[in-house]
Unconditional design. Structure first.
Length: 339
C-alpha cells in the first residue's frame, strides 16, 4: 500500500517504544523531590493516573442504534480516558455523511485528537484531511485496516477483516458445514464485505450473502426466517455481529430449520448463547481493547511522540475464537461488559 501521501510533518524523528508510557506515568515519583510530595506522586503513579495536562479526544464511530458492540468499545475508551486525564467526547452515526459531519464538529471544537472508524473510507477522506490541516492527530479503529495509511491516519487498532473471514471459513470446515448464508447488515460497509469475502475464500462448501437492514431487527428476523424456509439446505447462518446472531437463532426456530449459527463479535448475551450451545462459535476482535488503545495512543502521541507500529503497521486486536473450549473464561469478563 502506497503511503507516499501520508503527512510526515507530525512524526517525531526517533521511534520510541510504546512502553515509554510507563516512564511518563512514573515521572512524578522521582526520589529527588522527597517528603510528602514524593509520597503523593508515588501514590498517583501507583494508581495509574496521568498528571499530564488535560486534553480532549473525540471518538466518532459508525454505531447504529441498538448495536451493543459499541458499548464495549466506548467502555475501553472511557477507561483509557480516565487513566490519561482525557475528556472523551463520543458521537456516532451509521450514515457516512453524518459521521463525517460529526468529525467536522470535533475539528471545529479544536479537540486535541480524533479517533474514528472507517466503515466507508471514501466519505471520510475530506474531513480527515481537514483535521490534519488543523494539526489534529487522527487514529483509526475497528474499520479501515485497508485504508488508514492512504488516508493519512497516524495509527490503526483493529482486526484485519479479510484475515478474520478466512480464519472463520477454516473453522467452518471443521464443523461439517456444507452450505452457509453470510448475513450482511449494512450494505457498503467495507469491513463487513471483507468478512464474508474472507469466509468464501477458505470455506470449502457453498456460500451465499444475504443482505438485511441492520437498523430494523424485526426485518432482520423475518428476512433470515424467509431464507431458511425457502432453502432448507442451508446448514449454517453466519452473522457479523452479536445482536444479529441472537436474532438468527430465533429465525432458525421460527423456520423449523436445523441450521447452526456462528458469528463475528461478542456481547454478554452472546457469550451465554455459546455456553448453552445455541451459538456454535464466535470471533472476538476485542472491542474494549480497540477503544482503549485508540484513546491511549493519542495521549502517548501528544505527551511523548509515540505512535504504534511506527505509522507503517496496524495493531491487530483479533481474530480470536470463542467456543465451548474457552467460553467460560471469556464469560468472566463479558459479565463486566468488557468483552
Amino acid at each position: 500500500m502506497d503511503c507516499s501521501s501520508r503527512p510526515r510533518s507530525r512524526r517525531p524523528a526517533p521511534l520510541v517504544a510504546v512502553a515509554a508510557a510507563a516512564a511518563l506515568t512514573l515521572a512524578g515519583c522521582s526520589s529527588s523531590h522527597g517528603g510528602k510530595k514524593a509520597e503523593e506522586e508515588a501514590a498517583n503513579a501507583a494508581a495509574g493516573k496521568a498528571d499530564t495536562p488535560r486534553m480532549t479526544v473525540a471518538l466518532v464511530t459508525h454505531q447504529a442504534p441498538g448495536d451493543t458492540f459499541w458499548d464495549t468499545v466506548r467502555k475501553g475508551a472511557e477507561a483509557a480516558a480516565a487513566k490519561d486525564n482525557v475528556k472523551l467526547v463520543y458521537s456516532a452515526d451509521p450514515n457516512a455523511g453524518n459521521q463525517a459531519s460529526l468529525v467536522q464538529n470535533a475539528i471545529d471544537q479544536k479537540v486535541d485528537g480524533i479517533a474514528l472508524t472507517l466503515a466507508k473510507p471514501d466519505a471520510m477522506k475530506g474531513v480527515i484531511a481537514k483535521a490534519e490541516q488543523a494539526g489534529i492527530p487522527v487514529v483509526g479503529l475497528n474499520s479501515g485496516v485497508s485504508d488508514w495509511k492512504k488516508l493519512g491516519l497516524l495509527e490503526f487498532f483493529g482486526q484485519d477483516e479479510s484475515v478474520a473471514g478466512e480464519a472463520f471459513g477454516d473453522k467452518l470446515n471443521t464443523t461439517g458445514a456444507k452450505k452457509i448464508v453470510c448475513v450482511i447488515q449494512e450494505q457498503g460497509n467495507v469491513g463487513l464485505t471483507q468478512r464474508c469475502d474472507g469466509v468464501k475464500k477458505t470455506f470449502k462448501g457453498t456460500t451465499e450473502n444475504l443482505y438485511v437492514n441492520g437498523t430494523d431487527m424485526p426485518s432482520v428476523k423475518s428476512t433470515i426466517t424467509a431464507k431458511l424456509k425457502q432453502d432448507d439446505s442451508v446448514d449454517t447462518v453466519v452473522t457479523l455481529g452479536a445482536p444479529y446472531a441472537l436474532t438468527a437463532v430465533q429465525s432458525v426456530g421460527d423456520a423449523g430449520s436445523k441450521a447452526e449459527v456462528a458469528t463475528f463479535d461478542l456481547n454478554k448475551e452472546l457469550v451465554k448463547a455459546v455456553q448453552n450451545g445455541t451459538i456454535e462459535f464466535a470471533v472476538d476482535q476485542q472491542p474494549y481493547l480497540q477503544g482503549y488503545l485508540a484513546v491511549d495512543a493519542l495521549w502517548l502521541y501528544k505527551n511523548n511522540g509515540n505512535y504504534s507500529g511506527g505509522g507503517e503497521q496496524p495493531v491487530l486486536t483479533g481474530p480470536a475464537f470463542v467456543d465451548k473450549s474457552n467460553v467460560d473464561k471469556v464469560a468472566e469478563y463479558a459479565a463486566k461488559g468488557t468483552r
